[in-house]
Ligand binder design. Structure first.
Ligand code: ATP
Ligand code: MG
Ligand code: MG
Length: 551
């Protein structure tokens, strides 16, 4: 249906469907509910849900909640919200790995019966010691030759709570000399007397990732289990478990994870930013989380398009943050209503305009989108423009306001400066202009040209709002790169948030609600913050206008 080249994973899926190796593709997105989703997860979501959409398959949302200590329902809810907001649908496929604990236990018993798993008494340090290294083979555990009967009994006693944390583990009996360290009798179960967010105190043994993940995939009938490259060396183990059990057989494929400049992307580090108060929660607009990006003013379409542009491949790399912003601007330019806001106001008096007079202009909501219609913008004798749009003695190419120079006020009139006043500090306090009534709407019947168009607000009608100006949360492209003894927090940008307490804005934003997006003409893209209210409107700067992405 499309002629675009398929990435390597979609090519595999297509071939498997064409050859009849599978009749329906089933993928999954398997977050651990131990934090909020970030832009890296978005890449995986777009891939897994995208494949299901494009090939008429199914993508499950599976909470990989096999570790009781760090998981919480708050995270489950936020993850569901973020996946939906991105525009994806798991249909009936909402699952929790913890629902499979009983089934996993039975399959572990099955492996023990086959003589392929054993209860081991070594401590975790000893297990690490015995495991060997890349250049040295591992050593077999003294527990390795336990009889099936003894293993069955001990495993049952592990489950029933007879042992303390770490006293015993269940291990797969594979090969302590394997060149792949993951195959040296990996741990399948550990003892952990901890409450789980869903199963409570029912279990005190918890399955390890490598044992659990393939079974979760198998139980759900996953066909293509897509994960990041770090798991490539775990694939032989994934295969070993499934090949030794009488179960449905999914296949694992690996792609390169997303890394982005100027940010960190592991949940553990993001959690530290939250807990140590560097940011205002997981949804702080400077966070690379989906919820932070939403609050910052990103649209789902911008994120999905970014994921499409970066594509899917097998080589780890770091994507320039400017590319993300480029995708964002493309979408916001096409879809954001325009408004005029003045950050650093300078009063302009229109001396030939009627005293107490005012009128309204109809101005396009979005010149890129005619269907967005028109908005009313009020005008009066006193207006504000940006201070930097006026100079007493400008260079020749300054196409803005200056004594004797004429400019267009966006959507309104031509005005020409004939005077200005200074305050006691010698700063320009006020500019005096005349307007040309014939130029109403922004062009003059005599066809004379003006080079500059300024944004402005009517002094009498403007609203005062607060604006949060955000910069990168980190000073360096790679925040993980630090001097010895420091960690990524050493690279935090102390000036990543600055506020403008009193920005003047046209009254059409009066009823703006949290998450509404705008372009402030000539300034940038802005979004209404979650703390905004009708009496105290707060905007977040999403991104500036100027695109810095160079191909
Ligand atoms: P983190 O290291 O940020 O905690 P994780 O991999 O531990 O991430 P999970 O909740 O296990 O987090 O991730 C769910 C899915 O998202 C996994 O399949 C994982 O491969 C994928 N994923 C996580 N981070 C990225 C990333 N940066 N790029 C692409 N996919 C990712
Ligand atoms: Mg994980
Ligand atoms: Mg992690």
């Amino acid at each position: 249906k499309n002629t675009e080249r398929l990435d390597f994973i979609r090519t595999i899926v297509k071939n498997d469907l064409d050859s009849g190796k599978c009749s329906k593709v089933v993928t999954r997105f398997p977050p651990e509910p131990n934090g909020y989703l970030h832009i890296g997860h978005a890449k995986s979501i777009c891939l897994n849900f995208g494949i299901a959409e494009e090939f008429a398959g199914q993508c499950n949302l599976r909470f990989d909640d096999t570790n009781p200590c760090k998981e919480e329902d708050e995270y489950v809810e936020s993850i569901k919200k973020d996946v939906s907001w991105l525009g994806f649908d798991w249909n009936e496929g909402l699952y929790f790995a913890s629902d499979y604990f009983e089934k996993m236990y039975e399959l572990a018993v099955e492996l023990i019966k086959q003589g392929k798993a054993y209860v081991c008494d070594l401590s975790s340090e000893q297990i690490r010691e015995y495991r060997g290294t890349l250049t040295e083979p591992g050593k077999e555990s003294p527990s390795r030759d336990r009889s099936v009967e003894e293993n069955l009994e001990l495993f049952q006693r592990m489950r029933s709570g007879e042992f303390g944390d770490g006293e015993k583990v269940l291990r797969a009996k594979i090969d302590m000399k394997s060149p792949n360290i993951n195959m040296r009798d990996p741990v399948m179960y550990r003892i952990l007397h901890a409450s789980h967010h869903r199963t409570g105190d029912k279990w005190c043994i918890y399955p390890m990732y490598d044992w659990a993940h393939g079974l979760e995939d198998s139980i759900e009938g996953i066909t293509h289990s897509i994960c990041t490259l770090e798991f490539e060396h775990h694939r032989p183990l994934y295969d070993w478990f499934l090949d030794n059990l009488p179960v449905h057989r999914p296949h694992q494929y690996e792609f390169a994870r997303l890394n982005l400049t100027y940010t960190v992307m592991s949940k553990r580090k993001l959690l530290r930013l939250v807990q140590e108060g560097y940011v205002d929660g997981w949804d702080d607009p400077r966070m690379p989380t989906i919820s932070g990006m939403r609050r910052r003013g990103f649209s789902p379409a911008a994120i999905r398009n970014f994921c499409k542009v970066i594509g899917v491949n097998k080589f780890n790399s770091t994507v320039d943050y400017a590319l993300l912003e480029h995708c964002l601007r493309q979408d916001l330019n096409a879809n954001s209503p325009r408004v005029m806001a003045v950050f650093d106001p300078l009063k302009v008096v229109i001396t030939n305009y009627p005293e107490n007079g005012s009128e309204e202009f109809d101005v396009a909501v979005n010149p890129e989108d005619e269907s967005a219609g028109m908005r009313k913008v009020p005008f009066s004798k006193e207006i504000y423009v940006e201070k930097k749009d006026f100079m007493i003695d400008p260079p020749r190419k300054f196409f803005r306001l200056a004594p004797g120079r004429e400019v267009r006020l966006r959507g309104a009139y031509f005005i020409k400066c004939h005077d200005y006043k200074l305050d006691e500090n010698g700063e320009v306090a006020e500019v005096h202009c005349t307007y040309d009534p014939e130029s109403r709407g922004g062009s003059s019947p005599d066809g004379r040209k003006v080079r500059g168009t300024l944004h402005w607000v009517s002094a009498e009608h403007a609203l005062r709002v607060k604006v949060n100006i955000y910069e990168h949360l980190f000073n360096t492209e790679n925040p993980e790169q630090t001097e010895q003894g420091q960690d990524f927090t050493a690279n935090i940008n102390e000036n990543s948030l600055q506020t403008i307490d009193s920005c003047l804005i046209e009254p059409s934003v009066k009823n703006a609600k949290p998450l509404d997006r705008y372009q402030f003409e000539r300034i940038g893209y802005f979004c209404v913050d979650k703390y905004s209210g009708p009496e105290n409107i707060v905007f977040n700067r999403t991104v500036t206008l100027k695109d810095t992405w160079a191909k």
